[in-house]
Ligand binder design. Structure first.
Ligand SMILES: CC(C)(COP(=O)(O)OP(=O)(O)OC[C@H]1O[C@@H](n2cnc3c(N)ncnc32)[C@H](O)[C@@H]1OP(=O)(O)O)[C@@H](O)C(=O)NCCC(=O)NCCS
Length: 205
């Protein structure tokens, strides 16, 4: 293996160039976001989701009604973010969206979840940038500390369990857990009057 390693086959990060990538906003807007918008979004001084929603909209995000955004949330590029109605985004969730991230309605992104849209081509000496969108459909739940890889689609009402690492699409109504995440069961949802399962303080379900 070692004789195959030459300077020509070694990565040279000085060759890296952001070619064919559109950040989606000019330098002035990006600078304003990083200097003022993002620190304001993350700090707990803003007393409500109302102001956080307003701030994200000001920088180009599309956000539906009734969206709850907790303090500590980090968004790379608001202008590449679309959030449907009645979604919840928990503390310290990180939406690392150099490509589009789209959330349907009633989506829950829990504390510390990481949505990663960026990648690098490891076959390329210059370590070229790859940006792929993430889509999370209506009613899906990305649980706390879970990570979602570039290009993934999480289907309607699917669940990504606590700390799961999602490298592939999750079909609708499926629950995936673990690293790398795998299917564990189907999600059943009762009506409001008739929940199909109950969580109790004793920890049994
Ligand atoms: C905590 C957690 C990992 C437990 O899942 P688990 O290890 O698969 O649980 P178990 O294998 O012990 O499941 C036992 C039963 O409880 C059910 N169950 C587990 N978690 C449940 C939940 N959150 N809601 C409803 N039922 C649940 C399972 O479906 C299973 O039912 P079954 O026996 O009828 O198949 C999972 O609930 C989870 O990922 N929750 C997210 C926690 C989180 O992010 N919290 C942030 C709050 S905003």
């Amino acid at each position: 293996m070692s004789e195959r390693v030459t300077s020509a086959t070694t990565v040279d990060l000085s060759q890296f160039q952001v070619r064919d990538y559109d950040p989606g906003a000019g330098l002035f807007v990006r600078t304003a976001w990083f200097l003022f918008g993002l620190p304001l979004l993350r700090c707990s001084v803003l007393p409500s989701s109302l102001l956080r929603r307003g701030l994200l909209r000001l920088f180009g995000a599309t956000i539906g009604v009734g969206v709850v955004i907790k303090p500590g949330v980090r968004v790379k590029y608001p202008w590449k973010l679309k959030i449907g109605q009645h979604c919840w985004i928990g503390e310290d969730a990180w939406i690392d969206n150099i490509a589009a991230v789209s959330l349907g309605d009633n989506v829950c992104i829990s504390q510390g979840a990481y949505l990663c849209t960026g990648n690098h081509n490891w076959k390329d000496r210059a370590f070229g940038l790859i940006a792929l969108p993430i889509s999370i459909d209506d009613g899906a739940w990305v649980a706390a500390r879970a990570s979602v890889a570039p290009g993934v689609v999480i289907g309607r009402s699917a669940i990504v369990g606590f700390g799961a690492v999602i490298l592939r699409d999750v079909p609708p109504h499926e629950i995936h857990t673990g690293n790398p995440a795998t299917f564990v069961r189907y999600r059943e949802i009762g009506t409001n009057n008739e929940p199909c399962s109950l969580a109790t303080a004793s920890g049994s379900f």
